[in-house]
Ligand binder design. Structure first.
Ligand SMILES: CC(C)(COP(=O)(O)OP(=O)(O)OC[C@H]1O[C@@H](n2cnc3c(N)ncnc32)[C@H](O)[C@@H]1OP(=O)(O)O)[C@@H](O)C(=O)NCCC(=O)NCCS
Length: 162
């Protein structure tokens, strides 16, 4: 059993998920529904937050998602999710989505998203999570940007509720 206060590196909790786009995922243009991609993003990101905190987590905010290119039936969807930043009880996960045509091997980056999660204790209250150690250049940059990004999410949410 790991000690819940020992920090972890970002790569220790990173998740890569692959899905094949089937007819039930698509619209009449044979492109994937945005909501299907969003649910895969949420699932991959939640797994990162759970692997990092070793606690149940809930999504508190999903930053604006835009789709830069269509994902077609038969494409392989690769979702890469990793921990960018940790607050006290909150975690910011960055997600990149790629569509790969398995016959040509051509891969396109279609979406980037940021999601905030909160770890919960046994009665559903926010609980402090371990720190994260960014190691690579990218991880260090994402960590530095993460604090401002999660504060921005919090502000957006507060504005909506006032
Ligand atoms: C998660 C939940 C228990 C947090 O309760 P809360 O009273 O907001 O708790 P706090 O105000 O102490 O916030 C907890 C942390 O989340 C952060 N947070 C809250 N809302 C946020 C938002 N919109 N964006 C980013 N961070 C946010 C806070 O800043 C705090 O971070 P820190 O501990 O790292 O400093 C509560 O908001 C909840 O149950 N939400 C519903 C979650 C859910 O059901 N999600 C599924 C999708 S519907």
């Amino acid at each position: 059993m790991t000690n819940l206060s020992d920090p972890k590196t970002s790569s220790e909790s990173a998740v890569e998920m692959r899905n094949l786009v089937m007819p039930n995922h698509t619209n009449p243009q044979n492109s994937i529904f945005g909501g299907v991609v969003m649910s895969w993003i949420d699932m991959a990101a939640a797994m990162v937050a759970e692997r990092h905190s070793n606690r149940p987590v809930v999504t508190v905010h999903v930053d604006d998602i835009s789709f830069k290119a269509p994902i077609k039936i038969g494409d392989h969807v690769l979702i890469k999710a990793s921990l960018n930043f940790v607050g006290k009880t909150s975690m910011l996960v960055g997600v990149k989505v790629y569509a790969e045509n398995p016959f040509t091997g051509i891969t396109r980056h279609t979406t980037t998203a940021y999601l905030a999660f909160v770890a919960l204790d046994d009665i559903g209250r926010p609980i402090q999570v371990r720190g994260v150690i960014p190691v690579s250049e990218d991880e260090i940059r994402r960590f530095a940007e993460g604090k401002a990004r999660i504060e921005e999410m919090r502000k957006k949410n507060n504005k909506k509720n006032t």
